[in-house]
Design a protein. Structure first.
Length: 650
């Protein structure tokens, strides 16, 4: 066998003979040969190559590869144009090189990048520049990823890269309802990037605007007092950038209640009125309300006297679908205590204001409503479903309930059937409000506890005086405890909060307190609003919003021409939004001429993962707040400015 080595020894595993042969064959190309001999003896032959054993280089560890930023919003980019480039950095924190790498975008139509990261060296970085170039109107997202040799892959895992299109201006709502004879809340667009207005607007030639409504071509504002019912969709374009938005205006009659009613004298003391829209039944006494409204809940009424309920036992009125005009009279000294527990109910002066209902021109003073667990409660109504509430004054109101609590209305809910209108809440003055919520998961607001109805508008609402808020649960706010329309994906729209304010109160919650809204969802818009509330709790306190969730369309939340000058403390406390990641909010925040007192905090969002686009001069000092020149892009009205004072609303 030539120069092969040979040896023999006894098999230590048994009594038979064992033969072990080792051959060393120079460069024969054989690596290993294992032979089993067919006898009770076993022979093993090992043939080893004299060639050197190759060195195996370990693969780089995927966990050593990172991407920054993980989330980015380009904000609003006009369709057909390009954004500025933003740099993304790939970091190799390991000791081995990543080779054979390539970068990819999941949407390569509306986004592009430049840069070569084919090799990312150990303990080094590589960058690419990403540009958004949306080709059409909409909301577009992409992820960015890098793949390297050996199957190593890393993708952005946050809320992705986001861009909004549709022009540089946007209306806060695309559908606005208004009643005949009531001055509407002005509908004014805002410039998403800078907040500026004043560039030329053009309005489509048809259809004609509703009688009494005007259009300002300098600001794009619709305003006025409609005089006839109509509905039309209008195209508004900005001549300077050739971009357009569609707006639907609906001028509504109050619910038409036909057919005169012969009023039962045993139910109503007055013989005036037949209960039609044109001839409402006149209410003169507490007994009239208790008996007449209770028995004719679909009729039209007008209050003709101040009513004191202190000496009577008055149960909440049942579901109401008619018209109740208070004619600026006051309902006072009503106390109600619902003692039953274990079932859900709605409690207030009206249990439910159902679709088609209108309550207006009413004052309520010294009202107390107390309910048990899982109840919805408000001074005026436990729930509102497709109705309109206009021009209500609340003073010295105390509401205590289990889960959904508001000084005006507990819950605004989506009607079971298609309503005459979506409804809105407008022109509310509230002072000296005490709210108590007793449930672990609750929704409480100084005005409205919870809304699940969209689109919906809450406008010209102001909370003043000395106000107190006590809760054992979550979702509390100066205006609305929460918007939960995202739980009903068949609904399409947003909550628009305009010209609202809340002052002089402390909010302490288990979680999620907001100066304006406790829980918001993508697509919601806050315009021309402010608060100076002091908020604290376990986590999730935001100057405007406690926490946020997506609406299914990945829309952003817009905050426009508004300010916060209070304070937030606790985990995830922030100037704008407390928590975005709790429910994986992906829409992002767009802040247009928003202002925050710089002594509050410089943290915009309490947790990570929510993209923020903001115009300049977000944080300003106390002295700057008192200088009207720092608010030159805000319009007057609705704002009032005076040197030495903070901006105010009427």
């Amino acid at each position: 066998m030539g120069d092969a080595g040979f040896s023999r020894h006894k098999n230590n595993l048994g009594n038979g003979l064992g033969l072990a042969v080792t051959l060393i064959l120079g460069g024969c190309g054989l690596n290993t040969l294992h032979m089993e001999m067919p006898s009770f003896s076993v022979a093993r032959v090992h043939i080893l190559s004299s060639a050197p054993v190759p060195t195996v280089t370990p693969s780089p560890t995927p966990s050593n590869l990172g991407i920054s930023p993980d989330t980015l919003s380009f904000g609003m980019v006009v369709a057909g144009s390009a954004s500025s480039a933003t740099t993304f950095t790939f970091t190799n924190s390991g000791s081995d090189d990543f080779t054979g790498c390539s970068v990819a975008l999941s949407d390569s139509t509306d986004f592009s990048f430049t840069g070569d990261c084919s090799t990312i060296s150990a303990s080094s970085t590589c960058t690419v520049d990403v540009t958004a170039s949306p080709q059409s109107v909409g909301i577009f997202r992409t992820s960015i990823s890098v793949g390297c040799a050996g199957g190593v892959m890393k993708s952005s895992s946050g809320n992705g890269i986001l861009v909004y299109t549709g022009g540089v201006f946007r209306y806060p709502a695309t559908t606005v309802e208004m009643l005949i004879g009531q001055a509407t809340t002005p509908l004014t667009p805002f410039d998403v990037n800078s907040g500026q207005s004043g560039y030329p607007f053009t309005l489509s030639a048809s259809p004609a605007l509703p009688a009494g409504i005007s259009f300002d071509s300098n600001t794009g504002k619709f305003s006025g007092t409609p005089t006839t019912s109509s509905s039309g969709t209008y195209q508004v374009c900005s001549g300077s950038v050739a971009t357009c938005q569609m707006v639907t205006l609906k001028v509504l009659n109050e619910t038409v209640i036909p057919g005169p009613l012969t009023v039962n004298a045993a139910l109503c003391s007055s013989v005036l009125g037949t209960g039609t829209s044109a001839d409402p039944i006149v209410l003169n006494t507490v007994g009239d309300v208790d008996s007449c409204v209770r028995n004719y809940p679909g009729r039209a009424f007008q209050l003709n006297a101040e009513l004191d309920f202190s000496s009577v036992v008055f149960e909440p009125l049942p579901a109401f679908t008619g018209i109740f005009d208070g004619q600026n009279h006051t309902i006072s000294n009503w106390t109600y205590n619902e003692v039953s527990a274990g079932t859900y109910g709605s409690y207030g002066f009206f249990q439910v204001l159902d679709h088609g209902s209108v309550v207006k021109n009413l004052k309520m003073n010294n009202i107390s409503v107390t309910n048990q667990a899982e109840d919805s409660a408000g001074a005026l109504a436990g729930a509102l479903s497709g109705g309109i509430i206009h021009d209500i004054t609340l003073s010295n109101i105390s509401i205590s309930a289990g889960s959904v609590v508001g000084a005006l209305v507990g819950m605004i809910s989506a009607p079971a059937s298609s309503p005459s209108y979506n409804g809105y809440v407008d022109l509310i003055q509230a002072s000296n409000i005490t709210i108590t919520s007793n449930s672990g998961w609750s929704h409480s607001g100084f005005v409205v506890g919870l809304t699940t109805q969209v689109p919906f508008r809450i406008s010209r609402v102001h909370v003043t005086g000395t106000n107190a808020f006590t809760t054992n649960g979550n979702d509390m706010a100066g205006i609305i405890g929460g918007n939960y329309a995202w739980e009903w994906p068949q609904l399409n729209g947003n909550v628009w909060i305009d010209q609202c304010s809340a002052i002089n109160a402390s909010l302490n919650s288990g979680a999620f307190a907001g100066g304006i809204i406790g829980h918001a969802e993508g697509g919601d818009v806050i315009t021309n609003s402010f608060n100076n509330l002091v908020m604290s709790g376990a986590y999730g306190q935001g100057g405007f919003i406690g926490w946020a969730a997506d609406n299914g369309n990945l829309d952003p939340i817009f905050i426009v021409n508004s300010y916060f000058s209070g304070a937030t403390t606790g985990s995830d406390a922030a100037a704008i939004l407390g928590v975005g990641a709790y429910h994986a909010f992906s829409g992002g925040l767009v802040l247009v001429n928003t202002r925050v007192l710089d002594s509050v905090t410089t943290t915009l969002v309490g947790d990570t993962g929510t993209s923020v686009v903001s115009s300049s001069n977000l944080f300003i000092s106390d002295a700057q707040f008192k200088d009207p020149t720092n608010f030159s892009s805000w319009t007057s009205p609705p704002w009032s400015f005076s040197a030495g004072s903070y901006p105010t609303l009427p």
